[in-house]
Design a protein around this ligand. Sequence first.
Ligand SMILES: NC(=O)c1ccc[n+]([C@@H]2O[C@H](COP(=O)([O-])OP(=O)(O)OC[C@H]3O[C@@H](n4cnc5c(N)ncnc54)[C@H](O)[C@@H]3O)[C@@H](O)[C@H]2O)c1
Length: 246
Amino acid sequence: MRLIGKYAVVTGAAQGIGEAIAKRLVEEGASGVALIDISPEHAKEAASRMDDSGKIAFGFGCDVSNQERVGEVFAEITQKFGRIDILVNNAGITRDAMFHKMTDAQWQSVINVNLNGVYNCCQEIICGMRERKYGKIVNLASVSAFGNMGQTNYGAAKAAVIGFTKCLAQESARKCITVNAIAPSYVDTEMLRQVPDEVMQRFLSAIPAGRLAAPSEIASVAAFLASDDSSFVTGECIVVSGGSYM
Ligand SMILES: NC(=O)c1ccc[n+]([C@@H]2O[C@H](COP(=O)([O-])OP(=O)(O)OC[C@H]3O[C@@H](n4cnc5c(N)ncnc54)[C@H](O)[C@@H]3O)[C@@H](O)[C@H]2O)c1
């Protein structure tokens, strides 16, 4: 119960890692958790799965790459909660292709959601956090930032998220705002269902732990970074990879 009295926003929270993080924040005693997702119905369903009281978790529909809509939804959440203490930028997509076959649409969509989405959401909360001298920002990166076949778009976006995290952490440290990233390797979510079986077997054989991560194993790291247990941890990128990146 490390988050009593705290108000949080998690993006891409209708399923997978985002849902596991939002659920964990509720379990840690947060007073309010806003689940943002491109699908408003799925966001609301996820909120009701983790909070039958209907008083703590709330679903909101928003495409994080749509700056205008992000502005509207954060205004709505701020009005409801009074303030936002924790922002978890988790929404992400893949549109994999070898670079010589990559379309402009595949490039742009991945940069827009994975990188510009982080920019859009951080812009909405940073001034309030600076005024109140308190904030916890957690950005979902990926080990693809360190190189992965077929993911120049995704790897570029995630590497940029790590750079963004470190720069914003430096700017914000004296305002008692921590900004950190998590770089998971392979997590058992819908995102991985697009990976062909033979490729997945290759991935698995390269993980010392011999298995995929569960979404809850990323959520526990996010909860640490969202809590005051990480008060002197900022600008870090925590790799959660079952030993693949030592
Ligand atoms: N699954 C993995 O192996 C893995 C590994 C490393 C990093 N990650 C990162 O973790 C994060 C979560 O991944 P996941 O595996 O849970 O994915 P997922 O596909 O299971 O869930 C992603 C969620 O984000 C939502 N979303 C997609 N585009 C959105 C947008 N434009 N605006 C708002 N919501 C949007 C989806 O509707 C979905 O609910 C992503 O940033 C991903 O890049 C995942």
